[in-house]
Structure formats: structure tokens, C-alpha cells
Ligand binder design. Sequence first.
Ligand code: NAP
Length: 468
Amino acid sequence: MAAVDPATAASTGEGPIRVAVIGAGPAGFYAAAALFKQDEVDVRVDMFNRLPTPYGLVREGVAPDHESIKAVTRVFDKTGNDPRFRFFGNVSIGDDLSVAELKRFYHMIVYAVGAQSDRRLGIEGEDLAGSHPATIFVGWYNGHPDFADLEFDLSHERAVVIGNGNVAVDVARILVRSVDELADTDMADHALAALRESSVREVIMLGRRGPAQAKFTSAELKEFGELPGVDVRVDAEQLVLDDASQALVDEERRVRRNLEILEGFASREPSGAPRTIELRFLASPAEIIGTDGRVEAVKVERNRLETGADGWQRATGTGQFEILECGLVLRSVGYRGVAVPGVPFDDKHGVIPNEQGRVTDRPGGATLPGEYAVGWIKRGPSGIIGTNKPDAVETVRHMLDDVRTLDRSSVSGDPEAIVRVLDERGLRYVTFDDWKQIDAEERARGEPRGRPRSKIVRVDEMLGVCGR
Ligand code: NAP
């Protein structure tokens, strides 16, 4: 445990600073790690998570065929095993316990709840059966308990993926990747079974802007070209750039590399592979068309780029339309934060208003003592897992600065007080040791089939495994 300067301890009152972290994704774990790494203030962290399982999008978002990315959980486990840390999984703040109640037990609260919803397109037909947010499809194939019972109609040959970010790339790849290759990953069993029966042969990915504005990263794009049994189609004419787009290519290595990869795809002769991914740029969905409430096609408008006074290149419709028949539409236009009851929310940006992690009562407003934000609910849904580390360090720096001015009089210093409340309410919370049992069970179930794990997708079954 970190040494504490007695002078500091005196100035901060009796006993350690008790911190509640809400959310067990990368941002929450990086915040807890940063709190433990410093030696200015003696800190205890209790982490609450709605699901029994920790790691957030590392478990429920990272694609199953990107196993190596999940190795970061070993870093989080170091925090999980720290004696100053407790995990309360299967406890939903806002439902099981209010933020106002938490304030009785914690000097500081860190919101690390991520972005739990998705952005809307705002077009007709968006909610037809067969049109889904990509985020839900991701949750489904990753065994998120909220989505385990969903069914996706994979009986049509063509699917359209809307968006040009890494989530769009993930779902497009999963739709065409051979199930034999996915079978040794930790993809949820129900998804493997459904994909085995899938008739999807062609995925068309629509980017509303040009190839230079696409948000996907080069390694993810390159992977399209390495998938056995998959041809990648790109029309070379779509790669002809205007001056502003060329400037992006010249400025940014990722954009330059993306264009090289796309040019490589455009120059390939189709091999006659059984499945295809096609990338189309400057193409916006204008309407999702269906009959009897089901998707049948996407009406796509051709765009051109216009550079605004702010230098941002926007897609503007040309009035030219095309109908793309398809049976499945995955809308991958970004995640969106959801308000935590009792906590200010900036609805325009889908974040908790904050200044470098200090929560404010409204955007640009006064800071709320003892309340902090990290990760996507702080800055919006951008960046990779590692981006959350410096983000958390920034917030923790402010927390440490604020300790001296903290009013500690109304907070119970008894670490067992919160446990008594959870017990009194009959909440079946999952500790970090409980999670280790779930983890061991999943690994044991996966091992005979050479899989990293076979995920348990029902909360009751998880609780049963750890005897809760
Ligand atoms: P994203 O990177 O923000 O991409 C969203 C895409 O949706 C953009 O292409 C955007 O186009 C498009 N879009 C937004 N509104 C639209 C509309 N009305 N019509 C058509 N297109 C629209 O979001 P994401 O893919 O959900 O990814 C979220 C974050 O997770 C990103 O930082 C991503 O890199 C990260 N992630 C990383 C990995 C990985 O490292 N392997 C995997 C998955 C996710 P505009 O650019 O024109 O706005």
C-alpha cells in the first residue's frame, strides 16, 4: 500500500478517501489504477457495475477475432486484486442505489459509464425490422446479457452497413468471415450458431464522406483484404480526391495508409470468392425502405464534399439516388451516452458536462464538488482503449488537487456500511473473487474446444456459478 504523508492525512481528515467508481470498463479501471499509483492520498475504491462481469467494452465490444486486444484485462486484474479495491458487480446505480445514497458512503464519485446507446440516423424506415444499431449486433455476438435473446435475420444475401468507423469494419467483417475461423474465438455460442446458418454473401459499407474522411484505422481496413473466401470491392473512381481531401492524405499518416490500402483493393481482380465486402463512399442513406414492416432496401443518395468556413468537409446530397436491395441494415454511426439519474447531462453531446473531468452542473457551469467523469461519458465515444488511460489520469489529477477542500463531514467512513445497504436490499452483488469463479468456469467450458472461453450470457447463470 502507498505510504501516506501524515501531514497530508491530517489535512484531509480521518481515514482514507473513499471513492466510488461507477462502471467497470477501461475508463473505470484506468481511473482506479491512477488513484492507487499515486502516494499523496490514501484511497479506497469501490467499483460498481450494472453487469456481474467487469471490463465493459473489452468484453462486450472488442471483436471476438481480435483476442489479443483483450490482453489488457491483465492490467485491470492487477487493480482488481489490489487490497484497496472492491468490486460490486450486478449493482445498477440509478436503479438499485441512487447517486444521492452513494454520497453518504463516498467522498468522491467517478462516473465511468461509457456510452450505452447509439446515435440515430433520423431517416424514414430506421426502425423497420431488419434495421439495427450495429452496437446491438456487437453486443449480441459478444454475449452481452441484454442482447443474448435477440434474433437477426441473416436469411438474405445482401447486408448494408452504414458508417465508416471501426465498429462498421468490425460488423462487416464478422458478417462475411468464415464461421470455422470464428469457432475458436470467444464469440457467444448463439451467435456462432446463427452465423453458421447465415445466407449473407455480400456486405456493402456506406461512408457518407470520402475515403480520406473515413474514421477507420489502417490495420482494421487492411484486414478486409486478408479474409479467406472474401473479395473486397472498391471502385477506383471513388478514390479520386479533391484538394482538401488530398491535403488530409498529405497531413495524416493513417489517411495516407488507408488510401494506399483502398487503392490496392481497387486494383484487385475479383477472385470469385464466395463472399464480398464493397466499400462505397460519398453515399448517405436517405430512407430505409420496407414492406410489412421489414427492410427490403436502402435508398442511397450520392453526396459531394463541401468545405465549411470551419475547414470541416461536410457531405452534401446531390439529389441523385439509388436503391440498394438488402435484407439487413446495420447502422454504425456512433455510440451515444445515456444520462445517469441524478447526474447532470449534456443532451446535445451525450456526455456528463465536465471540465477536464470535474463534473459541472451544466455545460460551462459550476463544478460539483466530489463528482468526476472519465472515458466516453466525459469526452464522447472516441479513441481506442488506451486513450482512456491519459484521460483517467487527467481526472484523477484534479481529484487529488480537490482532496484538500473536500467536506468530509457527511460521509460514513465505515467501509461495511455500503455492504449492509446492499445486503438489506437483497442485492446479489458479485465481488472480484466471484468474477474469478465465473471467469474460470467460462475458460473451462471453452478449453475442450480450443476456445479462450465459452461465455455465460445469462445473469442468473453467472450468479449461480459464483454461488450468489
Ligand atoms: P466513429 O469512429 O465515430 O464512426 C462513426 C461513423 O459514422 C463515421 O464514419 C461517421 O461519419 C458516420 N456517421 C455519423 N453520422 C452519420 C449519418 N447520419 N449518416 C451516415 N454516416 C454517419 O464511431 P464507431 O465506429 O462507433 O467507433 C467508436 C470508437 O470506438 C472509435 O473511436 C473507434 O475507433 C473505436 N473502436 C476501435 C476499434 C479498434 O481499435 N479495433 C474497434 C471498434 C471501435 P462522419 O465522419 O462523416 O461523421
